[in-house]
Write a protein that binds this ligand. Structure first.
Ligand code: C5P
Length: 205
């Protein structure tokens, strides 16, 4: 296997990209970076009173762990700071050097195939219907004891998606050469199998 191999996985919230990314990284023995955690970590610091740009510049790997990053409030705060050019710029180098690390790397987010790693070897864009995504995220959140209705989750998701897709800088969108994977009617195993097949097809013979 070549020393560097980059897989870019983008798509809206709760489409399944996190689950698929982890599974394919494990399958191929690649490192995995959930880039949403970077924006969530900045968002959490801002909710706690920090300046967004300073928080992004001072981010450490230790900031990326902890269950409090997964709440709907932090998700909204993440998508608000993600509009800011200085914040995005401060996070570029970390993501690119992760992608260039030894062995293969899977990065998932919103702009990996378009902005962070436009030269990625394989690009996937994972989607699902709004209702399916909201149901999945609602189950995940209530499973963690977060008290929220499915309608609230759907609302929160739509607000976030339209902010992410509508921003000027690095908007959420599929790269022209991305393989589209709609997981609405797929089990996790079936979606993962399709992602593995797409990556396998991009690996050097
Ligand atoms: O993927 P996740 O839902 O954790 O991302 C949280 C927020 O971070 C997104 O709604 C988006 O605003 C932002 N984000 C981004 N670019 C990425 C990853 C996440 O703008 N590559």
């Amino acid at each position: 296997m070549r020393v560097q191999f980059t897989v870019a996985i983008d798509g809206p919230a709760a489409a399944g990209k996190g689950t698929i990314s982890k599974a394919v990284a494990q399958h191929f023995g690649f490192a995995h970076l959930d880039t949403g955690l970077l924006y969530r970590a900045v968002g959490l610091k801002v909710l706690n009173g920090a300046d967004p740009t300073q928080a992004a510049r001072a981010l450490t790997p230790g900031d990326l762990t902890g269950g409090d990053l997964r709440t709907p409030d932090v998700a909204q705060a993440a998508s608000r700071v993600a509009i800011l050019p200085e914040v995005r710029q401060a996070l570029v180098d970390f993501q690119r050097s992760f992608a260039r690390g030894p062995g293969g790397a899977v990065l998932d987010g919103r702009d990996i195939g378009t902005v962070i790693c436009p030269e990625a070897d394989v690009k996937l864009y994972v989607t699902a219907s709004d209702e399916v995504r909201a149901h999945r995220r609602w189950k995940e959140l209530t499973g963690k004891g977060i008290d929220v209705t499915e309608a609230e989750v759907l609302d929160e998701m739509r607000i976030r998606d339209s902010r992410d897709a509508g921003r000027d800088l690095a908007p959420m969108r599929a790269a022209a050469d991305a393989v589209l994977l709609d997981t609405s009617a797929l089990s996790i195993d079936a979606a993962t199998a399709q992602a593995i097949a797409a990556i396998q097809a991009g690996l050097p013979a």
